[in-house]
Design a protein around this ligand. Structure first.
Ligand SMILES: [Cu+2]
Length: 371
């Protein structure tokens, strides 16, 4: 066999090896690329022109709650007409110890009442503005499709009542707020809350649900200055809040107001940010969020999250399991706000320790053992 012949017979062999290597390397890469493409495609969705439900049946009055409580899950399997009675009340509220604020509220509290409906429901919203009010008010619900989110048709003078209906077509957790001019003033004075539109299929069962809403107060007095405080518009325009708080006041989610759970509980927090200016870096010290439905959307969850951003006028649903007892501190991790402006709450978990999860081996403050 001549060398030439030998070379000719070797070529197909090399070709075979090259093709084999290409297949071994290429096929997994191709599969990976396909997987990535299909993952990306799953995130895409044809834009829907949503339509209201045609099979509304029955009627019920919505259970409204004040933070940190959440109305019970919806067990209905059909859309209905839901009557929501939301009263506007101008009243003085506690902002901090010995500090009060001349607030405007939905339902008599800051944040306002939590509303829970089901995707497809027809909501009949009754908004009464008390006769003693000094201002006209309205409501813009971020879960409403329509001009102003309902603001245009809900303008209500003191002593009057507006009624309007809307179809809750998109599931999610939505902020609502007053949108009366000047809008920043009405929001800064406490006029906000949240509406949950549960997806048709419902939410997975959990043991505890909480309503937590962050917001800022811009007061004429300094942080902690005693007495009745009112809005300082200049501070608002400059985005220099005096207070940044959970559920309307410094310490509102501590002490008697602390959130309570037991080891083994699955916990869901409906977290809103009313702003009116700041973005929240929401974090629970000592917990990792199993699921975060970012920006209040209903389907795509991130997992194993430490801190989640919540924009002004936005929300997030965070879920995690309580595994060990202790006090777990809710903060805006823009941390000066937590320790100097009030954005601090507590989740107290009770139950048995689990030293496999966390255990002290040696204290760095106790006296060392005697030799
Ligand atoms: Cu208002």
């Amino acid at each position: 066999m001549s060398p030439n012949n030998s070379n000719q017979s070797a070529l197909p062999k090399y070709r075979t090896i090259i093709i084999a290597v290409a297949l071994i390397v290429g096929i997994p890469l191709g599969i990976q690329a396909c997987n990535q493409a299909s993952t990306r495609d799953e995130g895409r969705r044809v834009i829907q022109i949503r339509q209201p439900s045609e099979n509304i049946s029955g009627q019920e009055v919505a259970v409204l709650t004040q933070a940190p409580n959440v109305p019970p899950p919806i067990t209905r399997n059909h859309p209905t007409r839901v009557i929501v009675n939301l009263d506007v009340v101008e009243k003085t509220v506690r902002l901090a110890d010995s500090v009060e604020y001349a607030a405007w509220t939905f339902g008599g509290s800051v944040p306002g009442n939590f509303i829970r409906v089901r995707e497809g429901d027809l909501v009949e919203l009754h908004m009464k503005n008390e006769a003693s009010s000094t201002m006209p008010h309205n409501i813009d619900l971020h879960g409403v499709t329509g001009p102003g989110g309902g603001a245009k048709i809900s303008l209500t003078l003191p002593g009057h009542e507006s009624v309007f209906t809307f179809s809750a077509m998109n599931p999610g957790l939505f902020v609502y707020h007053c949108a009366m001019s000047p809008v920043p003033m009405h929001i800064a004075n406490g006029m906000y809350g949240m509406i949950l539109v549960e997806p048709k299929e419902g939410l997975p069962k959990v043991d505890k649900e909480f309503y937590v809403m962050q917001s800022e107060f811009y007061t004429k007095g300094k942080y902690g200055a005693h007495g009745l405080q009112t809005l300082d518009m200049d501070k608002g325009v400059d985005e220099r809040p005096t207070y940044v708080v959970f559920n309307g006041g410094v310490g509102a989610v501590t002490g008697d107001g602390a959130l309570k759970a037991k080891v083994g509980d699955r916990i869901r927090m409906f977290v809103g940010n009313a702003g009116p200016n700041l973005t929240s870096s929401f974090h629970v010290i000592g917990q990792i969020f199993e699921n975060v439905y970012g920006e209040g959307g209903s389907t795509n969850a991130e997992h194993n999250v430490q801190t989640t951003l919540i924009p002004s006028g936005g929300s997030a649903v965070v879920e995690f399991g309580a595994t060990v007892p202790g006090d777990f501190i809710l903060v805006d991790h823009a941390i000066f706000r937590a320790f100097n402006k009030g954005t601090l709450g507590i989740l107290t978990v009770t139950g048995p320790e689990n030293k496999k999860i966390i255990e002290s081996i040696q204290s760095g403050v106790a006296a060392p053992p005697a030799k």
